[in-house]
Ligand binder design. Structure first.
Ligand code: UGA
Length: 450
């Protein structure tokens, strides 16, 4: 068992803490937000993440998971300290705001009474590990090595909504450090998750930092490549979902992350990481053209989808039309709405004089907080209630409840059966047979049979 402190009780910190406790370690989660810590102490889970609440409850009951705002005590008690605080994009710039990471580093530096292994889990630009190590060791006088703190880069590859599973059954655990003692401790921490095979990959710290952004950029590139194909498929009457199956069976390509659609990628990771890679390349005087294109395609495709919605109506005039919108988060199973397609879609409809009636199982309240109770938007608790007297339905995530439609109910509720599917969930020909005017991306259009 290792005594571990985790700074930051967001998506990453909580999942990390809860999973380590489940594997037999002792974890103290630290945060500056007192209200959040109080809730966690009571066993309440502040975020929507499958299986996390039970892990937290079990951990607290076992006595091996505790929550505190007392950073200095946590630093003194634990040799191993994870930094998992937020690194949002700075307002009005493309840069990541690293102030929370540096603040934790200073807290460790001020309170440590022995050498620590500090593990950087927050997603940060390449080279941040050097800066953190500098802060941590800033008081060391030359020749004195008593409290030398080592910084390890250990990026996370968790998918929101599947984070617990991804943590406990990882494809790989990337550990960036050349320090032998840190390598030994990291091995000990992660060994419970390596029962079937050793998937720990040791490398240098900059390599690990780069691995994180490159992994997300590669996945985003696959999606953008497929999105870029959709206008061509539409032009020649091809179906991009057939192409996806055709290429995905090639074992060199594989089927994952090849789903195109109008509700293009969002979330806190892909957009941020691709931008971070572009920024660091440009700062270094390199050409990031290929990666810039990934972001541009993502934006253009989203706009093309919105254009299809507007253009359906005569002269693109959506004034007075009611549009039902399903799916507000950037993907199902989470309440995270960061960079979600819903913002662009809903904002445009409202700006153009339409109204929206929206549904999302988890993200309604968070979206309402972000977007506001502005005129023209109605928040519903039932997906079908949104469609009452609606002129069109827009689907923005591939949530399970959107994959099969109660068409009879939709026909009764809506003014006309018009569906814009941003996730290509349904068969265009089947939908036309049902009398639906069904529009998606990169697939043939069939006139509705009335
Ligand atoms: C992503 C990565 O998948 C994780 O490995 C990584 O650790 C994480 O970012 C992170 O950096 O923290 P996540 O952002 O939770 O995880 O979500 P994904 O499931 O990867 O989806 C990202 C976006 O791409 C979503 O908006 C999703 O709808 C979209 N997507 C995904 C597509 O449009 N098409 C696809 O084929 C797949």
């Amino acid at each position: 068992m290792e005594k571990i402190a985790v700074f930051g009780t967001g998506y990453v910190g909580l999942v990390t803490g809860a999973c380590f406790v489940n594997a037999g370690h002792n974890v103290t989660c630290v945060d500056i937000d007192e209200t959040k810590i109080e809730r966690l102490k009571k066993g309440e889970c502040p975020i929507v993440e499958k299986d996390l609440p039970v892990r937290i409850e079990k951990g607290v009951q076992s006595g091996n998971l505790s929550f505190t705002t007392n950073a200095s005590l946590a630093v003194k008690n634990c040799k191993v300290i994870f930094i998992a605080v937020g690194t949002p994009t700075k307002k009005g710039s493309e840069e990541a705001d690293l102030s929370a990471v540096f603040a934790v580093a200073r807290t460790i530096q001020e309170n440590a009474d022995s050498s620590k292994i500090v593990i950087q889990k927050s997603t940060v630009p390449v080279g941040t590990g050097d800066e953190v190590e500098e802060i941590l060791n800033s008081q060391i006088k030359s020749g004195e090595d008593r409290f030398f703190h080592v910084v390890v880069s250990n990026p996370e590859f968790l998918k929101e909504g599947r984070a617990i599973h991804d943590f406990e059954y990882p494809d790989r655990v990337v550990i960036g450090t050349n320090d032998k003692e840190a390598q030994r401790v990291m091995r000990k921490i992660y060994v419970p998750f390596m029962r079937t095979s050793d998937r720990m990959i040791f490398m240098s710290r900059p390599s690990a930092e780069l691995t994180k952004v490159v992994a997300n950029t590669m996945l985003a590139m696959r999606i953008s490549a497929m999105n870029a194909i959709t206008p061509l498929a539409e032009k020649f009457g091809a179906d991009v979902t057939e192409v996806r199956r055709g290429i995905g069976t090639d074992s060199r390509i594989g089927t994952a992350f090849l789903f195109p659609g109008g509700a293009t990628f969002g979330g806190s990771c892909f957009p941020k990481d691709v931008r971070a890679l572009i920024a660091i390349m440009e700062e270094s005087g390199m050409d990031a053209g290929i990666f810039k294109e990934v972001m541009e395609i993502n934006h253009e495709q989203r706009m093309r989808f919105i254009g299809k919605i507007l253009n359906y109506f005569e002269k693109g005039d959506i004034t007075g039309k009611k549009i039902a919108v399903w799916g507000l988060s950037f993907k199902p199973g989470t309440d995270d709405v960061r960079e979600a397609a819903s913002f662009d879609v809903i904002r445009t409809i409202l700006e153009k004089g339409g109204t929206v009636s929206v549904f999302d199982e988890h993200a309604k309240e968070i979206f309402r907080n972000e977007f506001g109770n502005v005129k023209g938007i109605e928040y519903c608790d039932d997906q079908y209630v949104t469609t009452k007297d609606a002129d069109a339905l827009v689907i923005l995530t591939d949530a399970m409840e959107f994959r099969l439609l109660d068409l009879e109910r939709l026909k009764k509720a809506m003014n006309k059966l018009v569906i814009f599917d941003g996730k290509n969930l349904h068969d265009p020909e089947e939908m036309s047979k049902e009398g639906a005017h069904y529009i998606c991306m990169g697939r043939p259009f069939f006139n509705p049979k009335s």
